[in-house]
Design a protein around this ligand. Structure first.
Ligand code: PLP
Length: 422
């Protein structure tokens, strides 16, 4: 059976044939690829083809697929029991490691996904401040909890509108949506409604409208504005955490958010999420404090073992410079070829993260990203797929170079990209 046949079967029993919408290829058209196995930078498909993977399961696989040490520790841990719903020594060790690598965090609570981490972070901020509303940024994705499936509303000072059916208007009314990188917009909302705002939540480097870096002073401005308004600052580092160095982006940048959420890399490919902050903040969580949070599989031993091994390998091997060099070579190559061929695009890149935006002008926010040519992105996606490269099947995502990629993979990618029709 090939991918098309599996998809036909899946569509009968899984809504849209997929367990997460973007996998349906709606953004690029065509039939989704079915993956069979992965090792290092490569995946094998049900079509009998081999692809070099630049999606990396949307971010967790900074060390590549099926890294031996991680697979070994997962197998060993699983053999000792898949879940206990009780405490394990590994959880304490993992929390110790996280709080050592992220000195601003005194305490950390483990959950099973990034969505759960953010949901808890927002509840925690509400519980601490006694305020109801939050500010988020257009184009930042924070998982699929009700309060965060919000698009910009009719005006800055009205609550947002739902970007999904089934979300109560009461939930979205409590969320203001500002353009990313627009500090003045946040200051305006805080000025008008500051005493109602529990938190401002932001991806410090945005990865869900393609890769968009914070403008100079944007994050520092958010830190100052939230502190002045008595609101908490939440850095959603589900993508950013451990991406550019063995710590959070906030720590590297010297900007101390009140609450940080983590996921993806810290689970090494297993389901995990985390919320961390100072002891004073984290002590509001049950059972110490009144903000409830729980989970049957929270702190799952297999996920913790995979995450712990991943962070240890990142700390000990520090592949970050290599990943940065490869990422830059890839983006520089794309930009050079685009220039030579007169293609209307530019590639944004930071460390191993990159997004080819199909317009020449820089992208600072969601409106800019929406102005890119999505048809041209779809043509690029399928061209690269046909040549053996898997990139995110959406123009609003970030692609990833991992430590398992080599200079040869990058050269091969660029050789294929060079053949893209102008
Ligand atoms: C910044 C950010 N926050 C939260 C999430 C949600 O994480 P999960 O998919 O593990 O629920 C994502 C997922 O891509 C994300 O990119």
């Amino acid at each position: 059976m090939n991918s098309a046949q599996w998809f036909e079967r899946a569509e009968k029993v899984i809504p849209g044939g997929v367990n997460s919408p973007v996998r349906a290829f709606n953004g690029v058209g065509g039939t989704p690829v079915y993956f069979k196995s992965g090792k290092g930078a490569k995946v094998q498909t049900e079509d009998g083809t081999e692809l070099i993977d630049f999606c990396g399961s949307w971010g967790p696989l900074i060390l590549g697929h099926a890294r031996e040490e991680i697979v070994d520790v997962v197998a060993k841990t699983a053999a000792d029991g898949l879940t206990f719903g009780a405490n394990t020594a590994k959880e304490a060790e993992f929390a110790e490691l996280l709080t050592t690598l992220i000195p601003e965090m005194d305490m950390v609570r483990l959950v099973s996904s990034g969505t759960e981490a953010v949901m808890t972070a927002v509840r925690l901020a509400r519980g601490i401040t006694g305020r109801r509303k939050i500010i988020k940024f257009d184009g930042c994705y924070h998982g699929h909890s009700d309060y965060l499936l919000v698009a910009s509303g009719s005006g800055l000072l009205t609550g947002g509108t739902s970007s999904s059916a089934g979300v109560s208007p009461a939930a979205t009314e409590e969320v203001y949506v500002a353009p990313y990188n627009d500090l003045a917009a946040v200051q305006e909302i805080l000025k008008a409604n500051g005493d109602e705002i529990a938190a401002v939540i932001v991806e410090p480097i945005a990865g869900n409208m393609g890769l968009v870096e914070p403008a100079e002073g944007f994050l520092e401005g958010l830190r100052a504005a939230t502190a002045e308004a008595g609101a908490l600052l939440i850095f959603d580092e589900v993508i950013n955490g451990f991406r550019l160095g063995p710590t959070t982006f906030g720590h590297s940048a010297g900007i101390n958010a009140d609450i940080t959420t983590l996921g993806k890399i810290i689970g090494g490919g297993m389901p995990i999420g985390a919320i961390g902050g100072s002891k004073a903040i984290m002590s509001h969580l049950a059972p110490l404090g009144p903000v409830y949070q729980a989970g049957t599989l929270s702190g799952n031993p297999v996920a913790v073992a995979a995450g712990m091994k991943t962070l240890e390998l990142l700390r000990d091997e520090s592949p970050y410079l290599k990943v940065e060099i490869l990422g830059k070579r890839l983006a520089d190559g794309i930009n050079r070829i685009a220039e030579e061929k007169g293609l209307d695009l530019h590639c944004a890149q930071k460390g191993g993260m990159f997004t080819p935006f199909f317009r020449k002008e820089a992208v600072h926010n969601l409106d800019d990203s929406k102005a890119c040519d999505q048809k041209a992105h779809a043509a690029y996606f399928h061209h690269m797929l046909d040549h053996g490269f898997y990139t995110p099947p959406s123009g609003f995502e970030v692609a990833f170079v991992s430590a398992a990629h080599t200079a040869n993979h990058i050269a091969a990618f660029l050789a294929a990209f060079e053949k893209l029709d102008s």
